[in-house]
Design a protein around this ligand. Sequence first.
Ligand SMILES: [Zn+2]
Length: 493
Amino acid sequence: MAKTTPEEPSLAPEVLAKYEPVIGLEVHVQLLTRTKIFCGCSTRFGDPPNTNVCPICLGLPGSLPVLNKRAVEMAMRASLALNCTVHDHSRFARKNYFYPDLPKGYQISQYELPLATGGWLEVEVSGAKKRIGITRLHLEEDAAKNLHEGFSQSATKAYIDYNRCGTPLSEIVSEPDMRTPEEAYAYLTALRQILLYTGVSDCNMEEGSLRCDANVSVRPRGSKEFGTKVEVKNLNSFRFLQKALEYEIERHIGVLESGGCLSQETRLWNQAESHTVSMRSKEKAHDYRYFPEPDLLPVHISPAWREEVRRTLPELPEAKRTRFVTAYAITHYDAEVLTSTQALADYFESVVKAGAPGKAASNWILNELIGLLNDRKRPFDKSPRPPALAELLIMIESKQITAAIGKKVFVIMFESGRTAAEIVAAEGLGAQVTENAIEQAAREVIAKNPENVAKFKSGNEGVFKFFVGQVMKATHGQANPQAVNDILRKLLS
Ligand SMILES: [Zn+2]
């Protein structure tokens, strides 16, 4: 393995600015089927090694694959959600290579005729929207997993778990449309969100159900030709993706600036040392001796089936964001956070449906609820039920309690599961400041501010707010604002 020095000098910004990075991503995503793509074995993660295997996924001679219809449907869902054309005819192919995690000596994948092509998704970076093209989405089987650690003879032997072998995968290849590591990060985020919304995958990067490789090159700004492309593997987190791209872009520019040449190769991201290392020269398609898979029929997708799948697609994140902004008059940023997961978006809409004003629901969820969940390290599904939060927000809206009291009630609700009405009644929070106390505070404020009283009496309505603010302050924000208003009007008239 050729190693690069980890400590390469960083280049001056004006040198970096001379070049334009070109980035494309290849994402492998495990589809959420119960069984494998060509046999009936379970796809469950975490079972004891080599317990979910059969002659088909072990590649034993004489066994024949049978295509899992559900896997095709899942891949169609992803394709349609990514604006791809799902083709009437696609075909499986054998991708030949030898590796211990591939018992047949070839992987069943798709090559010349993939399931879907020509899609796009939209990303937003620093307020600017951009479409990233999707070249293709195809179906294939996952390989087994080599385990190099944790067994008695790990020092001298490799262990293989074939449970993963034959898990359905979709490979999603983007166009080389990204120009910065931030755009690549935004693309992967948007892609993951769509795959989660459509229920196609759990996209769990730690368990390997979402894996990302990046193709990166640089070229002089203004040039139309692509530079030499390097593939970077082992990017198993969003952060690694961004860091690896930043490193690799700078490495390319450094090589070019010093008059060197880049070689087309595959490199591995080494997180511990924060650099990439060369793994092998990049294999080309002909290295794999692709040919049509003779054991499987071509895949035919009727327009009726395709439309049936399209009809079952949920509202996608981008559409939901736009609707939230117009329907609930919330900011674009808030809509983005609320739609970051389907569960959060559904929760917000349930609170609104139960009667809470949209803006208040959004504020409370994003500030109070998320804050408490983080603080108490509780998962989102342990939030108060949406109608319970809605009841609290209605009490604040109708001025039965102040927002300050509301926050106290919410913490008690969060911890006890009691309703806002119960808590307010039990703790006597609704009547903490009596009308007499408000009146007394109001009289004091009026007595102390004769010049403002004069202004108000001469028709300056704006100064009324000053009195309300002063009385609220004097009652430590716990008076009912409506009562404060009424009492002040009475005393000032
Ligand atoms: Zn099997």
